[in-house]
Ligand binder design. Structure first.
Ligand code: NDP
Length: 331
């Protein structure tokens, strides 16, 4: 059936400005890392993307190798874009990245070479059927490639019109400062940093990344804010058969230690006291510092998406709540 976006799609979402740029992002963005490959039903993918857009989620986050198999998330998204969202292209911020292994041989094995980044961007555009992406990221810092080369590739991507903005992911505070300085010299500002961040992973606070981006005027979009599902309460009664810990490779069941589960159980109880699910509290918590522009969360189905959208109903925390959460929100 032809898709018509909900007229009320901008009523409930809040948008934050990305660093010192002109670009607003929704508090919640949708990431297509694990649930949009060829093993995930296309009907479910379509339903999740439609509902996300209808709820004001204007930002979709991809990378060259999302799937599985590699490239399939971009291909499937390209199809849904063509069939459903094409009239709304200017209402969307679409991101992709290159940095991890993608194709055989020395030029597709990841890293930060100009050869790899620019070829990968062309491939991503072809898979999605796009003329440009909104944000193109260096997916990870590559210590074997001069940072000038990697940032030069991002600058070329922007100057060629194939990307509107440049981003970096998982760079240390020091490398972020260097990257921002190189890009500034080239005349292409660094828009955004995409680090991991959740109640179980607070490195951006403790290692000074939030301070660095604030100083540089760079936005932050935090990935895996639910710690890949650990912060949803779904593992409190064991490992469900259809969960990422059971079916995927990125969330090792060994992470679900008794100590981790003790913290998660305590956080779950606090969430209930707030009238939220643990997933909702974990998302609200990760948004409490306004230097965090947006969160890029995953949702495998409509129920998860719907629940996660509910986080927006209560984003406030008292000092007492934050202090109590700190006892259990630990790395
Ligand atoms: P999350 O921490 O949000 O985990 C999402 C997973 O948690 C879902 O796939 C689902 O897993 C489970 N889940 C989500 N909501 C609920 C719910 N309400 N109830 C129960 N379970 C739930 O993020 P991801 O790890 O998926 O990462 C999000 C995005 O971040 C990626 O899609 C990608 O765009 C980006 N990313 C970027 C990286 C980078 O290097 N820059 C690295 C990793 C991710 P299940 O299958 O178990 O149901």
């Amino acid at each position: 059936m032809t898709y018509l976006a909900d007229d009320a799609r901008y009523d409930a979402m809040t948008y934050r400005r990305t660093g010192r740029s002109g670009l607003d992002l929704p508090l919640l963005s949708l990431g297509l890392w694990q649930n949009f490959g060829d093993r995930s039903p296309l009907d479910t993918q379509r339903a999740v993307i439609r509902r996300a857009f209808d709820a004001g989620i204007t930002h979709i986050d991809l990378a060259n190798n999302y799937g599985p198999p590699y490239g399939s998330a971009e291909r499937n998204f390209g199809r849904i874009l063509r069939e459903d969202l094409a009239p709304y292209r200017d209402e969307l911020v679409i991101s992709t990245k290159a940095g991890y292994d993608m194709w055989p041989g020395p030029y597709g094995q990841g890293g930060g070479s100009r050869k790899y980044l620019l070829a990968s961007l062309d491939q991503s555009l072809a898979r999605m059927g796009l003329d440009y992406v909104d944000i193109f990221y260096s997916h990870r810092f590559d210590p074997t490639t001069p940072l000038e080369e990697t940032m030069g590739a991002l600058d070329t991507a922007v100057r060629s019109g194939k990307a509107l903005y440049a981003g970096i992911s998982s760079y240390s505070p020091a490398d972020t400062r260097r990257a921002a300085a190189i890009l500034a010299d080239l005349g292409t500002p660094l828009l955004i940093h995409q680090p991991s961040y959740s109640m179980l992973n607070r490195w951006i606070e403790t290692e000074g990344l939030l301070d660095a981006v604030e100083e540089l005027g760079v936005g932050v979009i935090a990935f895996s804010p639910l710690a890949q599902g650990m912060l949803t309460g779904k593992y409190l009664g064991g490992v469900p058969d259809d969960s990422r810990a059971a079916t995927g490779t990125s969330l090792a069941p060994t992470l679900l230690t008794e100590q981790a589960l003790t913290h998660i159980r305590a956080l779950d109880a606090m969430a209930r006291d707030r009238g939220q699910t643990l997933a909702q509290m974990a998302l609200a918590w990760a948004l409490r510092d306004t230097r965090v522009t947006s969160l890029v969360m995953g949702a495998r189905n409509l129920e998860q998406l719907e629940q996660n959208l509910g986080a927006l109903a209560n984003l406030e925390f008292s000092d007492e709540e934050l202090a109590a959460i700190d006892q259990h929100a630990v790395d």
